[in-house]
Ligand binder design. Structure first.
Ligand code: CTP
Ligand code: CA
Length: 219
C-alpha cells in the first residue's frame, strides 16, 4: 500500500474529559471524539499499530489494530499517555481536555442550598505541553486547536508552546465545522508551512492529516 505506516506506533488522545464535582456531577464539554477515532482508523488502515486513549464517548474502534484505553479525567488521560508515549513514533493530541477541574471533588452529593454556589477550580495538566518537553528528535507530534478569533496567531503560539510539529486548526466560524458536525474545515500549520483544506467529512479530513504526517515522517 502506498503511504504505509507499517512498523510505526501511533498514540492518540480523543474525546472530552470529565472532571468530577461530586459522585453524580462533572465538568465536561461537547467533544464527541469523532475526529480522534477517525484518525485512529485511518492510521490503522495504513498499517500503523495504534493506541487510542479515549475520554468518555459512545464511539467504538472498528479496526482490530486499534487498542483502546478508556479514561475519564485529564489526570487519568495523562497517566495513560505518559506510559505509552516513549514507545510511540507519532503522538496525536485530538482530545478536548478540560482546562480546569474542581479543586476537590465532594465525596457526597452536594445538596441544593442557598441561591449561589461557588466551585473552586484548578488548572489541569496540559498533556500535550508536558509530553512536548520529553519529545525525542525521532518522534513527531500533532495537536489540534479550536479557535474563534485570532486563529492563526493562537494556533502558532500553541505549536511553539507545546513543542508540536504540526497543529490542526479548526475554525468554529466556519459553518459545518467543529463539535457535533460530521464535517470539518481545517488548516494545518507547521513551523514553515501552512496548508488550507476544503470543508470535508471527518473521515476525509483524517485522511488529509494522515497523508501530510506521512510526508513529513517519511521525508
Ligand atoms: N491539550 C492537552 N491537555 C490539555 C489541554 C490541551 O493535551 N490540558 C491539547 C489538546 O488536545 C490540543 C492542544 O493541546 O491538541 C490545544 O488544545 P486547546 O484547548 O486548543 O489549547 P489550550 O492550550 O488549552 O488553550 P485554550 O483552551 O485557552 O485556547
Ligand atoms: Ca483548552
Amino acid at each position: 500500500m502506498d503511504k504505509s505506516f507499517n512498523g510505526r506506533k501511533v498514540i492518540l488522545t480523543a474525546g472530552p474529559t470529565y472532571e468530577p464535582i461530586d459522585p453524580v456531577r462533572f465538568i465536561g464539554n461537547h467533544s464527541t471524539g469523532k475526529m480522534g477515532f477517525a484518525l485512529a482508523e485511518c492510521f490503522a488502515r495504513h498499517g500503523a499499530e495504534v493506541h487510542l486513549v479515549a475520554g468518555p464517548t459512545n464511539l467504538k474502534a472498528q479496526d482490530p489494530a486499534i487498542e483502546v484505553t478508556h479514561v475519564t479525567t485529564a489526570d487519568e488521560m495523562y497517566e495513560a499517555v505518559r506510559r505509552l508515549a516513549p514507545a510511540a513514533d507519532i503522538w496525536v493530541f485530538a482530545a478536548a481536555v478540560a482546562d480546569y477541574k474542581p479543586k476537590a471533588a465532594s465525596a457526597k452529593k452536594i445538596k441544593k442550598a442557598g441561591d449561589e454556589l461557588t466551585i473552586e477550580l484548578v488548572k489541569n495538566v496540559d498533556i500535550a505541553a508536558a509530553l512536548g518537553k520529553e519529545k525525542r528528535t525521532d518522534q513527531f507530534s500533532v495537536g489540534f486547536a479550536l479557535e474563534t478569533d485570532n486563529e492563526t496567531v493562537n494556533a502558532r503560539e500553541k505549536l511553539q508552546k507545546k513543542n508540536l510539529d504540526m497543529i490542526v486548526l479548526n475554525s468554529l466560524n466556519d459553518p459545518g465545522a467543529g463539535f457535533k458536525h460530521d464535517t470539518n474545515k481545517i488548516t494545518i500549520i507547521e513551523q514553515e508551512a501552512t496548508t488550507a483544506f476544503e470543508l470535508k467529512s471527518k473521515t476525509e479530513v483524517a485522511q488529509d492529516i494522515v497523508n501530510l504526517i506521512w510526508e513529513r515522517v517519511h521525508a
